[in-house]
Design a protein around this ligand. Structure first.
Ligand code: HDE
Length: 727
């Protein structure tokens, strides 16, 4: 029997060799050499994988069928519990390279050696939704990085927002219960727009700053590749001399920070729930490796009490205007995982995975996290040996006296599993500091044991206000709309009112704009007191938020308006065309966009190919049925009277343009495409605001230059002021 092509296995049909072959995925996706035979898990070769063993070919199945039982038992146990938070995620491998030695700040080898390439595994995630939920939910995004350093694994388990909802880990289960689907009917999926979330938030003023971020466009990233990341807590860096500096970690994406809008997010959630996952995967497959710079804000220990916020309070940022972010290295994601389950699902991050040169602080949220991550992996990954799963293994040897447990892989040899020992020659030895042994920073702690919170944590609004006031006008409008949407979904009127009162503490106009949308008045006062997160016998007056202004009144770094806008690399542009398209008009723009690194897809009424005016066959990537404007960053319509006439008669083509307009995207068209543009709702928009980013010309070179400049801008949010476009 041939070993190359086992009988019964389909051999992929090669299909037509068109430019568009990628979509047909002709690659044989296997890691096998091509001559392997199927076996059981015990290595016994399987002759028939199609039928169970029966007493006669119409008879009952036999219990003896070990091949069937093994296959089905394994299948029945294929799933592990999903993460209680951050269940939906996507990950990639990459490397971290340091620009300049940070030895003055940290003795960590990977922060000292500029020649080293530290391997990393990075997992992005949404927080509230389950594994199968949509990528475009309004949510915080996880940004977890595992550095496989020469001194062991360092995990920077961060988010795409620099603050958190709560100040103390004790409240985390409450927060998560409140945001998850409501327990009686498991509604809604992957959404914070429901009563229990806002009930909790309205009673916890410390969450206000984070809620501002969550209601901003930061919660709707255009791509994982276009998000910032933050370590959130203040950490410590420790140098060789044992000196400590406080540090905040940042990730700055080289493509800038960009978002989609809410209407778009909701549509993407239906049309492609894997939008971010696909985007990350495709970018890496096509060699467009996502990159971020690692930034640090460094604060000397002596300055611990210099600021008008507490460095230990995770609801506060250190404004970049006070302490600039220094960029010290670059993260490049260059390899997709081979197997989602083995790597992305089984990876176990832990804020407690640190290496010599990095240390914790007393941030009470961080301290609680130090307990939770190992605890949750024990159940999720089935026992104490999850560090032996390949994706979690450090690149350096592991020696200790930990033994046994479920699924132990290591076969420890000899009799000795204790320390001190003489029978094992004393091995493994403790590492002295000169050998890189970890020692904790000897912070002096002298205090009473209390269950309480520092009064320096009680300013809950000044940075929420700083964030809101630092946003551009369109960004502020989006926050108002997001709050109006979310609170509009809340049924309990008193919860809406409490939130309006909280918003009033941030900004009166913000509160009244949201109140208007809700058909309510901003309450002059509320009872009981605003903060309900207080101990049983405490005096509520002592726990009320402190009213104050931030020392920094505006922080441009908090707005996405000023982000990197100098590239169209990996931006997706749709070209709408049909038979009779002017090949020259199409080709010229396509060429100049591709030269700048944009990704072009030709969309026609149906799949296959179209014929240009010049008689050339051009392959089609998507049909109007499979594509949607929400998947693209801009649209171009080439000339060609037959093509333009067919598209003008095609409601999906007109809708495509209307929707792209509504979502404020650049639209370019050859003058010869007037007939289609005339069929849109926006064709008669004349005001500069309304027509910004809508480009018409019959000079291909001028048009492509203007279109590239418009694509760099990402969006023309000003259009929203005049928006009268249904889509
Ligand atoms: Fe997490 N968090 N968290 N978290 N977190 C988890 O660990 C937890 C917090 C973050 O891609 C869990 O393995 C507590 C802040 C990310 O696998 C769990 C508290 C930040 C990920 C857990 C926090 C994060 C997690 C769930 C408050 C930003 C996904 C599954 C004290 C700095 C990692 C797991 C991945 C995952 C606990 C707050 C980031 C339950 C108790 C603040 C990116 O252990």
């Amino acid at each position: 029997m041939s070993t190359k092509k086992p009988t019964g296995n389909a051999v992929p049909d090669k299909g037509p060799d068109t430019e568009n072959a990628k979509t047909r995925s002709l690659k044989v996706h296997t890691a096998l050499a091509g001559n392997e035979m199927m076996t059981t898990d015990q290595g016994v070769k399987i002759n028939n994988d199609q039928d169970t063993l029966k007493a006669g070919d119409r008879g009952p199945s036999l219990l003896e069928d070990f091949i069937f039982r093994e296959k089905m038992t394994h299948f029945d146990h294929e799933r592990i519990p999903e993460r209680i938070v951050h269940a939906r995620g996507s990950a990639a491998h990459g490397v971290f390279r340091l620009y300049e030695s940070q030895s003055a700040l940290s003795k960590a080898a990977f922060l000292n050696d500029t020649a080293a390439e530290t391997p990393v595994f990075v997992r992005f995630s949404t927080v509230a939704g389950s594994r199968g939920s949509t990528d475009l939910a309004r949510d915080v995004r996880g940004f977890a990085v595992k550095f496989y350093t020469q001194e062991g694994n360092f995990d920077l388990v961060g988010n795409n927002m620099p603050v958190f909802f709560i100040q103390d880990a004790m409240k985390f289960p409450d927060l998560v219960h409140a945001v998850k689907p409501e327990p009686d009917n498991e509604i809604p999926q992957a959404a914070s727009a429901h009563d229990t979330f806002w009930d909790f938030i309205s009673l916890m003023p410390e969450s206000t700053h984070m809620v501002m971020w969550l209601m901003s466009d930061r919660a709707l990233p255009r791509s994982y590749r276009m998000m910032e990341g933050f370590g959130v807590h203040t950490f410590r860096l420790i140098n060789e001399a044992g000196e400590a500096h406080f540090v905040k970690f940042h990730w700055k994406p080289l493509l800038g920070v960009h978002a989609v809008c809410w209407d778009e997010a909701q549509k993407i959630s239906g049309k492609d729930p894997d939008f971010h996952r696909r985007d990350l995967w495709d970018a890496i497959e096509s060699g467009n490796f996502p990159e971020w710079e690692l930034g640090i804000q460094v604060i000397p220990e002596a300055d611990e009490h210099k600021y008008d916020f507490d460095l230990l309070d995770p609801t506060k940022i250190v404004p970049e205007e006070l302490v600039p972010v220094q960029r010290i290295g670059r993260l490049t994601l260059n390899r997709n995982p081979d197997n989602f389950f083995a790597e992305t699902e089984q990876v176990a991050f832990h804020v407690g995975n640190i290496v010599p040169g990095i240390d914790f602080t007393n941030d009470p949220l961080m301290q609680g996290r130090l307990f939770s991550y190992t605890d949750t992996q024990l159940i999720r990954l089935g026992g104490p040996n999850f560090h032996e799963i390949p994706i979690n293994r450090p690149v350096v040897p592991v020696h200790n006296n930990q033994r046994d447990g479920h699924m132990r892989q290591t076969i420890n040899k000899g009799k000795v599993s204790y320390s001190p020992n003489s029978l094992g020659g004393g091995c493994p030895f403790q590492a002295g500091q000169t050998d890189g042994g970890f020692t904790s920073y000897p912070e002096r702690v002298e205090a009473h044991k209390v269950r309480g919170r520092s009064a320096s944590f009680f300013d809950h609004f000044s940075q929420a206000r700083l964030f809101y006031r630092s946003q551009s006008v369109p960004e502020q409008n989006h926050i108002v709309n997001a709050l109006s949407f979310e609170l509009g979904k809340v049924q309990a009127i008193h919860v809406r009112e409490r939130m309006l009162y909280t918003l009033k503490q941030v900004d009166e106009t913000l509160a009244s704009d949201v109140a208007f949308a809700l058909g309510l008045k901003v309450p002059a006062k509320i009872t009981p007191p605003l903060n309900q997160s207080i101990p049983a016998d405490a005096d509520p007056a002592q726990y009320q938020p402190v009213a104050k202004e931030s020392a920094v009144s505006k922080s441009p770094a908090l707005s996405m308006a000023g982000t990197v806008k100098d590239t169209i690399r990996t931006r997706k542009v749709a070209i709408l065309a049909a038979d009779g398209v002017d090949g020259a008009s199409l080709g010229a723009i396509r060429k100049s966009l591709e030269a700048e690194g944009a990704l072009i897809e030709l969309i026609a009424p149906r799949l296959g190919s179209i014929q240009s005016e010049q008689g050339k066959k051009i392959s089609v990537h998507q049909s109007l049925l499979t594509a949607a404007s929400v998947f693209y960053d801009g649209v171009y319509v080439p000339a060609g009277s037959n093509s333009v006439a067919s598209l003008a008669a095609e409601p999906d083509a007109v809708h495509f343009l209307n929707e792209a307009y509504r979502h404020c995207k650049p639209i370019a068209a050859d003058n010869g495409a007037q007939q289609l543009i005339k069929a849109t709702y926006f064709s008669d928009q004349k005001s500069p605001k309304a027509s910004g980013g809508v480009l018409l010309s019959d000079d291909a070179s001028q048009l492509s230059t203007a279109f590239i400049a418009a694509l760099k801008q990402h969006r023309f949010w000003d259009r929203e002021d005049d928006r009268k476009v249904p889509a």
